[in-house]
Design a binder for this molecule. Structure first.
Ligand code: AMP
Length: 195
């Protein structure tokens, strides 16, 4: 029975949605996880099949001809769309995780956050000097997490590094912070912090 349902889904006619329409489906949650933060909740867009497809298709369009061999997703919302895109463009998927989550030998980078230091890890053998990588996350805010992920990919020896976030929070200057660290910084949508 499952098989029949699955086949039916392949025949669904999606309405073509553009990226600006997806923006309307992103929910702003004030004061989460702490007072003063305007949390950009992408789950409302992910739950809409047409938005989900639009995000996947938009990334495939942008990255299919760049020779990317691996997409590195930043835990945890960078894990959602990246594998679907990787499959379409013939790349592999590599998770960048918080400490203690990956089972085999890891390499790591620590970076300064507003309150304290954070560390991210990747399996040591996940990326090598033959890889052209795309690092992906949901939000570019100050750029600290993405900069650390770039350092991690460099540490692994990646030949070329592209970076992408679904949403860029303009005004936090993440793009400026990443300048000169990577081949390209690309975000699908620009939003104001308070939007
Ligand atoms: P940053 O390192 O400052 O660029 O922050 C980016 C990371 O923090 C991403 O992994 C985001 O998921 C998360 N993040 C930062 N600001 C927000 C926000 N306003 N809403 C949702 N997630 C955020």
């Amino acid at each position: 029975m499952f098989h029949v349902e699955h086949n039916k889904r392949n025949y669904i006619n999606y309405n073509v949605m553009n990226i600006e329409q997806v923006k309307n489906q992103i929910r702003n949650v004030p004061d989460f996880p702490i007072k003063g933060i305007q949390f950009k909740d992408i789950t409302t867009a992910l739950a809409d099949p047409e938005c989900l497809k639009c995000l996947r298709d938009e990334l495939v369009k942008r990255y299919k001809n760049k020779g990317i061999t691996k997409i590195l997703g930043i835990e945890s919302r960078g894990f959602i769309i990246a594998p679907a895109v990787a499959m379409e463009i013939g790349a592999g998927f590599v998770p960048i995780r918080k400490p203690g989550k990956l089972p085999a030998e890891t390499i790591e980078v620590s970076y300064q956050k507003e309150y304290g230091v954070d560390t991210i890890q990747m399996h040591k053998d996940a990326v090598n000097e033959n890889d052209i990588v795309l690092i992906h996350d949901d939000i570019l805010a100050t750029g600290g997490s993405m900069a650390a992920a770039i350092d991690l990919a460099k540490k692994a020896g990646a030949k070329k590094i592209y970076t992408n976030c679904l949403i860029e929070l303009v005004g936090l200057n993440g793009r400026k912070f990443l300048e000169n660290k990577t081949e390209e910084i690309d975000c699908l949508l620009q939003m104001e912090v308070n939007e």
